[in-house]
Design a binder for this molecule. Structure first.
Ligand code: GDP
Ligand code: MG
Length: 147
């Protein structure tokens, strides 16, 4: 099934110079980058996008996600496959070969206690929609129009 999904390249990935590397992971699967834009997220956008999380965590995410790249990635079974190659939330538990598993090794617990750079959200490089309903919701948030 040809699907679309929403991918966000997060601030830490941009700062680390991993934009090309991350985009190439999607492209080499045959997926097309249908839309791509930069955004400086507002608090409202982040609270809406992450409304399944505890507000304290979302506040931490607001300090973390100051500049992002939002993309619509399109191809067969894009939602499930992009989640697979993104990997689990915590780098430590993300399988090597996934984006998070190859470029991060931290945990949520460490992020909360290691505040040396003033950021308490776990830095995990990339977001991928987890189902089609959330894709439509997220598209509206980041592109300001319905799908
Ligand atoms: P994802 O779908 O794997 O991105 O994970 P979730 O939807 O559960 O959470 C969204 C994002 O919020 C994660 O990617 C993390 O950046 C952050 N996050 C979620 N839970 C926690 C937590 O318990 N602690 C911290 N520090 N960050 C969290
Ligand atoms: Mg999620």
């Amino acid at each position: 099934m040809i699907e679309e999904t929403l991918i966000i390249i997060k601030t830490d990935a941009i700062e680390r110079g991993l934009i090309g590397e991350i985009i190439s992971r999607f492209e080499r699967l045959g997926f097309k980058i249908k839309e791509i834009e930069t955004r400086s997220p507002t608090k409202d956008q982040l609270f809406e996008h992450y409304n399944h999380l505890n507000p304290e965590i979302i506040e931490n995410i607001c300090d973390y996600l100051v500049f992002v790249i939002v993309m619509v990635v399109c191809g067969p079974n894009a939602i499930e496959k992009c989640r697979q190659i993104t990997g689990k939330t915590e780098g430590l538990n993300a399988t090597p070969g996934t984006i998070r598993g190859d470029y991060s090794s931290s945990t949520c617990k460490e992020a909360m206690y290691d505040n040396s750079d003033g950021c308490r959200a776990i830095k995990n490089l990339v977001h991928a929609s987890d189902n089609s309903e959330n894709y439509r919701k997220e598209y509206q948030i980041w592109f300001g129009k319905g799908k």
